[in-house]
Ligand binder design. Sequence first.
Ligand code: AMP
Length: 220
Amino acid sequence: MNLILLGAPGSGKGTEAKFLAEYYKIKKIVLGDILREEVKNNTSLGKIVSEYMKKGILVPDDIIMKVVREKLDSAGFVLDGFPRNLAQAEMLEEILKEKALSLDGVIYLKVNEEKAVERLSGRRVCKNCGAIYHIVNMPPQKEGICDKCGGKLIIRDDDREETVRKRWQVFRRETFPLISYYLKDSKLLEVDANKSKEEVFLEIKKALDSYGKDKDFSGN
Ligand code: AMP
């Protein structure tokens, strides 16, 4: 199964990508995580992308395409955070053609802005292992400390409210047009992402089951 997860910042893409990857045994390709790792390791790529990311704006397409071309190597994937604009969607089609791969579905996690801001402003991330918490919905056992590795929990630079609002503007302007782009192909599956992460995952599975009746989307 080859999927794309689309959604505004705070729609829960990261969480649902993880569930999908585990359940359907597919590889998750999370652009934001790949870029954050480069920044953390202070690589040459990391140095280039960090300023864009801090400001909440998109990294140039040519840089993103190089990363995707390298990571997208076989069937069975869920793409999170890519494509982010029409140019990237068109470039993705080229890459898929080159690699004789095809898309099975595009899941759109629809969330309202206030809900998303609330989620992101309460999010805490382990500086060491990247584990994710939420101060209200999923607090760590000890405030500010990661349950898994004892690392320090921090607020991502781009989760501050001002930057989140900026990322939403970018989403509306650049990414939202992809909804009609994929609707045309009848590949779009819209899911209400204001609910809990478990409920959202159930809805995604239901949508994939009815969409993929003729394919084997059983997760086995
Ligand atoms: P995310 O964790 O998906 O919200 O991504 C965090 C940041 O990484 C974004 O605000 C962008 O600066 C950058 N980024 C992630 N994916 C892309 C992409 N497909 N195109 C351009 N920039 C991206």
